[in-house]
Write a protein that binds this ligand. Structure first.
Ligand code: IMP
Ligand code: MG
Length: 178
Protein backbone atom coordinates (compact mmCIF):
# COMPACT_ATOMS: atom_id res chain seq x y z
CA UNK A 1 0.00 0.00 0.00
CA UNK A 2 1.17 3.55 -0.78
CA UNK A 3 2.38 5.90 1.92
CA UNK A 4 -0.20 8.44 2.93
CA UNK A 5 -1.08 10.95 5.59
CA UNK A 6 -4.44 12.12 6.88
CA UNK A 7 -5.34 15.82 7.02
CA UNK A 8 -8.36 17.09 8.95
CA UNK A 9 -11.05 17.97 6.43
CA UNK A 10 -14.34 18.25 8.37
CA UNK A 11 -14.16 18.77 12.13
CA UNK A 12 -16.37 17.21 14.80
CA UNK A 13 -18.53 20.28 15.40
CA UNK A 14 -19.32 20.66 11.68
CA UNK A 15 -20.32 17.00 11.56
CA UNK A 16 -22.51 17.44 14.64
CA UNK A 17 -24.26 20.52 13.16
CA UNK A 18 -25.07 18.56 10.02
CA UNK A 19 -26.33 15.54 11.97
CA UNK A 20 -28.73 17.84 13.88
CA UNK A 21 -29.88 19.60 10.70
CA UNK A 22 -30.55 16.26 8.95
CA UNK A 23 -32.42 14.83 11.96
CA UNK A 24 -34.63 17.94 12.03
CA UNK A 25 -35.31 17.68 8.26
CA UNK A 26 -36.16 13.99 8.59
CA UNK A 27 -38.45 14.54 11.59
CA UNK A 28 -40.23 17.30 9.66
CA UNK A 29 -40.67 15.05 6.64
CA UNK A 30 -42.33 12.25 8.63
CA UNK A 31 -44.22 14.64 10.93
CA UNK A 32 -47.88 13.79 11.45
CA UNK A 33 -47.38 10.08 10.94
CA UNK A 34 -47.16 7.92 14.04
CA UNK A 35 -45.96 4.97 11.98
CA UNK A 36 -42.64 3.47 12.96
CA UNK A 37 -39.76 4.16 10.57
CA UNK A 38 -37.27 1.41 9.75
CA UNK A 39 -33.87 3.11 9.77
CA UNK A 40 -31.35 0.98 7.88
CA UNK A 41 -27.65 1.81 8.13
CA UNK A 42 -25.29 0.57 5.42
CA UNK A 43 -22.41 -1.29 7.02
CA UNK A 44 -19.75 -0.84 7.82
CA UNK A 45 -19.23 2.84 7.09
CA UNK A 46 -22.57 4.22 8.32
CA UNK A 47 -22.46 2.68 11.79
CA UNK A 48 -21.20 5.90 13.42
CA UNK A 49 -23.52 8.28 11.53
CA UNK A 50 -26.56 6.01 12.05
CA UNK A 51 -25.92 5.96 15.82
CA UNK A 52 -25.61 9.76 15.94
CA UNK A 53 -28.57 10.41 13.64
CA UNK A 54 -31.14 8.22 15.42
CA UNK A 55 -30.23 9.81 18.76
CA UNK A 56 -31.14 13.25 17.32
CA UNK A 57 -34.41 12.06 15.73
CA UNK A 58 -37.65 12.11 17.65
CA UNK A 59 -39.80 9.82 15.45
CA UNK A 60 -40.68 6.30 16.59
CA UNK A 61 -38.17 4.05 14.82
CA UNK A 62 -36.33 0.77 14.75
CA UNK A 63 -32.74 0.35 13.61
CA UNK A 64 -31.35 -2.33 11.32
CA UNK A 65 -28.21 -2.75 9.22
CA UNK A 66 -27.37 -4.13 5.80
CA UNK A 67 -23.92 -4.72 4.35
CA UNK A 68 -23.84 -3.95 0.65
CA UNK A 69 -20.57 -3.06 -0.98
CA UNK A 70 -19.26 -2.01 -4.36
CA UNK A 71 -15.73 -1.49 -3.07
CA UNK A 72 -12.74 -3.76 -2.50
CA UNK A 73 -9.90 -2.71 -0.27
CA UNK A 74 -8.73 0.09 -2.55
CA UNK A 75 -10.22 3.44 -3.42
CA UNK A 76 -12.05 2.64 -6.67
CA UNK A 77 -15.53 1.19 -7.15
CA UNK A 78 -15.70 -2.18 -8.90
CA UNK A 79 -19.22 -1.69 -10.21
CA UNK A 80 -20.51 -4.88 -8.63
CA UNK A 81 -22.76 -4.60 -5.59
CA UNK A 82 -22.84 -7.54 -3.19
CA UNK A 83 -25.11 -8.07 -0.19
CA UNK A 84 -22.94 -9.65 2.53
CA UNK A 85 -25.32 -9.20 5.44
CA UNK A 86 -29.05 -8.62 5.13
CA UNK A 87 -31.55 -6.91 7.46
CA UNK A 88 -33.64 -9.03 9.83
CA UNK A 89 -36.66 -6.69 9.68
CA UNK A 90 -39.69 -6.99 7.44
CA UNK A 91 -39.98 -3.70 5.53
CA UNK A 92 -43.21 -4.53 3.75
CA UNK A 93 -45.70 -1.67 4.26
CA UNK A 94 -43.12 0.31 6.26
CA UNK A 95 -41.41 3.65 5.77
CA UNK A 96 -37.71 2.93 5.21
CA UNK A 97 -34.91 5.43 5.75
CA UNK A 98 -31.57 4.28 4.31
CA UNK A 99 -28.48 5.79 5.91
CA UNK A 100 -25.08 5.97 4.20
CA UNK A 101 -21.66 7.35 5.10
CA UNK A 102 -20.89 8.60 1.56
CA UNK A 103 -22.43 8.37 -1.89
CA UNK A 104 -19.86 8.08 -4.63
CA UNK A 105 -20.80 6.37 -7.93
CA UNK A 106 -24.32 5.89 -6.47
CA UNK A 107 -24.38 2.17 -7.32
CA UNK A 108 -24.61 0.84 -3.76
CA UNK A 109 -27.42 3.12 -2.63
CA UNK A 110 -29.39 2.68 -5.87
CA UNK A 111 -29.23 -1.08 -5.53
CA UNK A 112 -30.38 -1.03 -1.89
CA UNK A 113 -33.21 1.41 -2.71
CA UNK A 114 -34.53 -1.00 -5.40
CA UNK A 115 -34.14 -3.95 -3.03
CA UNK A 116 -36.30 -2.27 -0.38
CA UNK A 117 -38.87 -1.22 -3.01
CA UNK A 118 -39.02 -4.80 -4.29
CA UNK A 119 -39.73 -5.96 -0.73
CA UNK A 120 -42.82 -3.76 -0.59
CA UNK A 121 -41.63 -0.81 1.50
CA UNK A 122 -44.31 1.89 1.71
CA UNK A 123 -41.66 4.56 1.06
CA UNK A 124 -37.87 4.55 0.72
CA UNK A 125 -35.88 7.70 1.56
CA UNK A 126 -32.13 8.18 1.44
CA UNK A 127 -29.77 10.07 3.73
CA UNK A 128 -25.98 10.36 3.69
CA UNK A 129 -23.59 12.43 5.79
CA UNK A 130 -21.31 12.92 2.76
CA UNK A 131 -21.96 13.21 -0.96
CA UNK A 132 -19.48 13.22 -3.88
CA UNK A 133 -21.88 14.11 -6.74
CA UNK A 134 -19.05 14.66 -9.25
CA UNK A 135 -18.34 10.90 -9.15
CA UNK A 136 -21.86 9.65 -10.00
CA UNK A 137 -22.22 7.01 -12.70
CA UNK A 138 -25.88 6.21 -11.98
CA UNK A 139 -28.64 8.68 -11.14
CA UNK A 140 -28.98 8.88 -7.37
CA UNK A 141 -30.27 12.01 -5.68
CA UNK A 142 -30.29 12.05 -1.90
CA UNK A 143 -33.49 12.99 -0.05
CA UNK A 144 -31.48 14.18 2.95
CA UNK A 145 -27.97 15.32 2.05
CA UNK A 146 -25.24 16.08 4.57
CA UNK A 147 -22.02 17.67 3.32
CA UNK A 148 -21.17 17.83 -0.40
CA UNK A 149 -17.45 17.24 -1.00
CA UNK A 150 -15.21 17.28 -4.10
CA UNK A 151 -13.57 14.18 -5.53
CA UNK A 152 -11.33 13.30 -2.57
CA UNK A 153 -10.78 10.10 -0.65
CA UNK A 154 -11.83 10.62 2.97
CA UNK A 155 -11.66 8.56 6.16
CA UNK A 156 -12.94 8.74 9.73
CA UNK A 157 -16.42 9.02 11.27
CA UNK A 158 -17.03 5.43 10.14
CA UNK A 159 -15.27 5.67 6.77
CA UNK A 160 -12.22 3.52 6.10
CA UNK A 161 -9.21 3.10 3.93
CA UNK A 162 -8.49 -0.67 3.79
CA UNK A 163 -10.60 -1.06 6.99
CA UNK A 164 -8.55 1.47 8.94
CA UNK A 165 -9.37 4.89 10.46
CA UNK A 166 -13.11 4.29 11.02
CA UNK A 167 -12.60 5.36 14.63
CA UNK A 168 -11.44 8.92 13.90
CA UNK A 169 -13.99 11.38 15.37
CA UNK A 170 -13.45 13.83 12.47
CA UNK A 171 -13.39 13.35 8.67
CA UNK A 172 -9.89 13.42 7.22
CA UNK A 173 -8.60 13.69 3.69
CA UNK A 174 -6.20 10.95 2.57
CA UNK A 175 -3.12 12.50 0.95
CA UNK A 176 -1.04 9.95 -0.95
CA UNK A 177 2.72 10.42 -0.92
CA UNK A 178 5.22 8.71 -3.20
P1 IMP B 1 -20.80 3.86 -4.42
O1 IMP B 1 -21.58 2.62 -4.68
O2 IMP B 1 -19.75 4.08 -5.45
O3 IMP B 1 -21.68 5.09 -4.25
O4 IMP B 1 -19.98 3.60 -3.13
C1 IMP B 1 -20.28 4.11 -1.91
C2 IMP B 1 -19.40 3.41 -0.91
O5 IMP B 1 -18.02 3.52 -1.29
C3 IMP B 1 -19.49 4.08 0.44
O6 IMP B 1 -20.46 3.47 1.24
C4 IMP B 1 -18.11 3.88 0.99
O7 IMP B 1 -18.07 2.63 1.68
C5 IMP B 1 -17.20 3.79 -0.20
N1 IMP B 1 -16.53 5.08 -0.43
C6 IMP B 1 -16.73 5.95 -1.44
N2 IMP B 1 -15.95 7.02 -1.33
C7 IMP B 1 -15.22 6.84 -0.22
C8 IMP B 1 -14.23 7.63 0.45
O8 IMP B 1 -13.85 8.76 0.06
N3 IMP B 1 -13.71 7.09 1.60
C9 IMP B 1 -14.09 5.88 2.09
N4 IMP B 1 -15.03 5.13 1.50
C10 IMP B 1 -15.58 5.59 0.35
MG1 MG C 1 -20.12 2.08 2.60
Amino acid sequence: MNNYRIETFIDESTIQENVCRLAAEIDKHYQGSDEEIVVIGLLKGAFVFTADLVREMSMPLIVDFINASSYGNGTESTGNVRIDHDIGSDVSGKHVLLVEDIVDTGRTFKKVVSLMQSRGAKSVKTCSILDKPSRRVVEMKLDFCGIVIPDLFVVGYGLDYAQKHRDLPYIGKVVFED
